[in-house]
Design a protein around this ligand. Structure first.
Ligand code: 475
Length: 827
């Protein structure tokens, strides 16, 4: 049936070029047009990638139509808009999401079926852009979905990394990294804009001269230059507008090879070109950790410089003056990664557009707002003064000037010397460094944390002095997730059940889920609920089998922890619990434990020794348990390789239990916690990040709480914490800990888990020993409730019904009201 003449595929006579209708026939026609005329393929020879690409192109046309409409309207209304600056994005696969947002999922499925093609197969073909590490990048993408859906005039800027986050494979139980060639098969979603490109300077020196009127002129004579070119990807909202994700790629400037070329030194010229392109080659894979590498600072400045030039271009295009920049644009800094934007905007306004310092500073401080995503000291960005001097000599001067004026202001407020040195942008305690969080804070009109707890701690810890100086500049915006991708697209079974009961309004108003509450008492509904969950668990079991070869019985309790591997997130606490169960089954012949599959997933930073050991520990425990016939009917342990947005979309719907077990005070918010609960998983967690608010919403009786609170953690540490003592006094814990060194687990390599063992016994910075008992006990309670599936189902329904607050639509509305003062313009 694939071997037909081209004409026979077009059922409509006289099909027109530029067909963008939404009917089944229109989609079929466009799909074939793309296959024939954009790719030059006929069905018999078309590869799966050709078929996927044709469909993607057909869908992209429709997405662009919506985008162009939004743009027209935004321009017409001369609206105030948001520019979102983020070094990372994790959009996930575009195709399914765009089909949902265009409301053509079924039409497309049928159109393809008539051509003997399966939509699901084509969806699988898409390689996602892995342009981020984890939470922060994914949050940026959720926000784009909501900005588009709500009709907020906005543009998102970032970096078009040629290699995204590394691909993770598990070999002999260890993480092995390889490069992510996400562009290998082409990228049908992006459009290059060769005419939107800007020059970016690096290095060199500055020249200070005075003119005849004694006015100071400063010129930056760079040592090198590169060009940034825009690549645009349209992001469509649900039933509504579209916005652009504009990513910059580094290239050599036109003149790059001039001198060398004329001298006939072709190779030297090309080498220079390659050096320029290095800037956007690869994403740094450190989540919540500094790399401190020059190339990373280059990446940050590169994308900030291009983005600010573009914003200014857009502003001037409308015939406006730069003095009003802050009235038309607000620029959101996604963490400090783009915070070099503060001195860069000052440089552009003062040096390039000749504004007076005070006027320029007023515009700058009213333009930026800054979101902090982490309090971990090792993640707070600091750049050595020497590095900035070499790479961005003019910016260093500007930072010093900002700092000296700021310090004068502090003196005016009678701040003490201690306070002043704590608050200074320059840390002179060791090698002088610039504290980027301070720079972002001084240069912004608003600063926010990402959950109520985190925003509170931000004011109490990292930015304490600043919060005292400017109490009104600090606020909270609790994170949210897009329920369109993480429920409607990824969990069609549950979505259909929801819509059947409460209608489809929840797609744009997640609060409508409240309407489900009363059905938790309805037995028939509960049965349907459990059937949907079981189906999703079967799907997850299939994924697990495909990816790991491990068989999971879908009836088991599926207990999941997926997130970056980090000691503060305490994946190893989960492992200690699993080992305690293993010992019960194995040594005490206790078969009363409900069958459970423990599923882990997440990447470790390639240079993070302990995180990589923790992965090896998980897989070693898996090897032991999964291959032991005495145990493997009751317990299974799985490590899913290469966790990604695509894989996540199978994981959340299939989970029964969500592990959110970080030490209190460390997880700024978490967003996986929200995705699990939205899909009907119950949570076991500490009072950390947004867990606090999730528990508040779903009710404490529907949440499995354990562990110390943030205050208790602080007190414990202040009193002097002795993990060894806890270990010595808890027989069960002792056995579990000793098992880490056993031959059974380590196969004779007794050194294998010593680093983890020693760390827990003698330092234990994240209080695993302290929280162990409380965790074990709460897990017993989980099992107790699990035995009563009706009760479990009730709790699950109530969790979903009460998740309204955690839509990213609500977060974006909060940003609009509390920070941006921007209004929606719906097409
Ligand atoms: C928090 N990443 C989550 C999420 O707000 C929170 C830091 C330095 C360099 C590279 N990446 C980072 C983060 O700091 C990060 O992802 N933070 C996370 O942001 C969104 O939900 O609790 O850990």
């Amino acid at each position: 049936s694939r071997n037909k003449k081209i004409e026979s595929y077009f059922t409509k006579p006289g099909v027109e070029v530029g067909n963008i209708g939404l009917s089944k026939e229109d989609i079929k026609t466009s799909f074939l047009e793309k296959l024939f005329y954009s790719l030059g393929r006929i069905p018999v020879v078309a590869t799966p990638n050709d078929l996927y690409t044709s469909l993607a192109l057909a869908v992209r046309d429709r997405v662009f139509r919506k985008y162009v409409k939004s743009l027209e309207q935004y321009a017409e209304e001369d609206a105030r808009g948001v520019a979102y600056l983020s070094a990372e994005y994790l959009p996930g696969p575009h195709l399914g999401n765009n089909l949902l947002n265009l409301e053509i999922m079924e039409e497309t499925r049928e159109a393809l079926a008539e051509l003997n093609l399966d939509l699901e197969e084509l969806l699988k073909e898409e390689v996602e852009p892995g342009l981020g590490n984890g939470g922060l990048g994914r949050l940026a993408s959720c926000y784009m979905d909501s900005l588009a859906t709500l009709g907020i005039p906005s543009i998102a800027y970032g970096i078009r990394y040629e290699f995204g986050i590394f691909k993770q494979e598990i070999k002999e139980g260890w993480q092995v990294e390889s490069t992510d060639k996400w562009l290998h098969n082409g990228n049908p979603w992006e459009v290059i804009r060769p005419e939107i490109s800007f020059e970016v300077k690096f290095g060199g020196y500055t020249e200070h001269t005075r003119d005849e009127n004694d006015k100071l002129h400063i010129e930056w004579i760079p040592g090198s230059e590169v060009k940034g070119t825009a690549y645009d990807t349209p992001i469509l909202g649900y039933q509504s507008n579209g916005i652009i994700l504009r990513l910059w790629k580094a290239e050599a400037t036109e003149s790059f090879d001039f001198a060398a070329y004329n001298l006939g030194d072709y190779y030297r010229a090309v080498e220079k070109k390659m050096r320029s392109e290095n800037i956007t080659k690869v994403l740094y894979p450190n989540d919540e950790n500094l790399s401190g590498k020059e190339l990373r600072l280059k990446q940050q400045y590169f994308f900030v410089c291009c983005s600010l030039q573009d914003i200014i271009r857009l502003h001037l295009l409308q015939g406006r003056k730069l003095e009003s920049l802050h009235e038309k644009f607000t620029i959101q800094l996604n963490d400090t990664h783009p915070s070099i934007a503060v001195p860069e905007l000052m440089r552009l306004l003062v040096d390039v557009y000749h504004m007076e310092w005070d006027a320029a500073w007023m515009v700058t401080c009213k333009t930026f707002a800054y979101t902090n995503h982490t309090l971990l000291p090792e993640a707070l960005e600091r750049w050595p003064v020497s590095l900035i001097r070499n790479l961005l000599p003019r910016h260093l001067e500007i930072i010093y000037e900002i700092n000296s004026r700021f310090i004068n202001e502090l003196r005016g407020h009678n701040f003490t010397g201690d306070q002043i040195s704590r608050m200074s942008l320059v840390d002179e305690s060791g090698e002088p460094t610039i504290r980027m969080a301070h720079l972002a804070t001084v240069g912004s009109y608003m600063i926010n944390g990402v959950s109520a707890l985190h925003s509170g701690l931000l004011k109490k810890q990292v930015l304490k002095d600043f919060a005292e100086l400017w109490p009104n500049k600090f606020t909270n915006v609790t994170n949210g997730v897009t329920h369109r991708r993480f429920l409607a697209v990824s969990n069609p079974g549950l979505s259909a059940l929801l819509s059947e009961k409460i209608g489809k309004d929840w797609l744009t108003h997640l609060d409508k889920l409240k309407g489900l509450e009363s059905y938790s008492e309805d037995e028939t509904f509960r049965r349907k609920w459990m059937e949907v969950k079981l189906e999703n668990k079967r799907n997850l079991a299939t994924q697990i089998k495909e990816l790991t070869g491990i068989d999971i019985n879908p009836e088991m309790l599926i207990d999941v922890q997926v997130k970056r591997i980090h000691e503060y997130k305490r994946q190893h606490l989960k492992v200690l619990h699993i080992l305690s169960l293993y010992l019960r089954v194995k040594k005490e012949k206790d078969t009363s434990i409900p069958p459970t599959a423990f599923v882990f997933g997440g990447k470790a930073a390639p240079g993070y020794f302990m995180a990589k050991r923790i992965i090896k520990l998980i897989t070693a425990v898996g090897e032991l348990i999964n291959n032991d016939p005495e145990v493997n009917k009751i317990l299974k342990v799985v490590f899913l390789p290469n966790f990604s947005v695509k894989l996540a979309q199978h994981v959340y719907p299939g989970a029964d239990l969500s592990e959110q077990i970080s030490m209190a005070g460390k997880e700024a918010s978490g967003t996986g916690n929200m995705k699990f609960a939205l899909n009907g998983a119950l949570t076991i967690g500490t009072l950390d990040g947004a867990n606090v608010e999730i528990r508040e919403e779903v009710g404490e009786e529907n949440f499995f709480l354990f562990g110390l609170t943030t205050d208790e953690v602080e007190n414990k540490k202040a009193q002097g914490y002795h993990p060894y003592k806890i270990y010595a006094e808890n027989e069960n814990l002792k056995k579990v800990m000793e098992f880490l060194l056993s031959d059974e687990l380590t196969r004779g390599d007794t050194e294998l888990f010593k680093p983890i063992y020693n760390n827990l016994l003698h330092q234990d910075p994240y209080l695993l020993m302290e929280d162990y008992q409380s965790y074990i006990e709460q897990m017993e309670n989980v099992y107790h409730v699990w035995q009563d599936r009706e009760k479990w189902a009730k709790m699950s329904i109530l969790n979903v019904a009460r998740m309204g607050k955690f839509s990213s639509d609500r977060s974006i509305q909060d940003y609009c009201e509390k920070i941006w003062k921007v209004e929606a313009i719906k097409v």
